[in-house]
Design a protein around this ligand. Sequence first.
Ligand code: NYM
Length: 212
Amino acid sequence: RACNNESRGALIVLEGLDRCGKTSQSSRLVSYLEGLGHSAELWRFPDRTTRVGQMISAYLLNQSELDDRTIHLLFSANRWEKRSLMETKLKAGTTLIVDRYSYSGVAFSSAKGVDLEWCKAPEIGLLAPDLVLYLDMPPENAAERGGYGNERYERLEFQKKVAQCYQILRDPSWKMVDACQPIEDVQKQLQKIVLDNVLTCRKSKPLSLLWS
Ligand code: NYM
């Protein structure tokens, strides 16, 4: 019933620090929506499967060095290369649950000291999410969760800066969810917010563009 002529899919983004639970919550949300008969897909950025994504992956694994602005533009290009498919899917009625998006792009690069407005510029014109869910967790707690792997950025001091940058980007429409709660409780809260959003994403509510 979700895929009738009246409805389009919702663009729903999960954001937060590394290790806050975004990835497992995102895949649970997709299962939840599918269980209710909605068409839904799990997307993530960076999408490491493309050629740009492979360059990003090598950088994150410390197998290559790139200037801060260069890697920023690659992350952005990785979103641009998926933009038209994203629009097609949404218009066809599929809801996209997206694990990280432009806000990660701006927060992580500006945490390195790159100017915030400069960071936003290449994101202008990408599809704006219908809903941003921020999984809120103090950097110290995130760091304790199974520890960090070996990827770039997985250091407590840097994550504290990223948290500050997210605070600057945050706007009143973001839904903040306390990610320190048990995983089932976080999921229940997310499910309610997401379902409400999916049900209101009619075609009469057009897609908008970043940054609005
Ligand atoms: N990251 C992610 C960025 O620096 N810029 C971006 O635009 C995006 C989407 O990549 N530490 C960072 C955040 C993460 C890392 O993400 C890889 P993940 O979710 O661990 O694959």
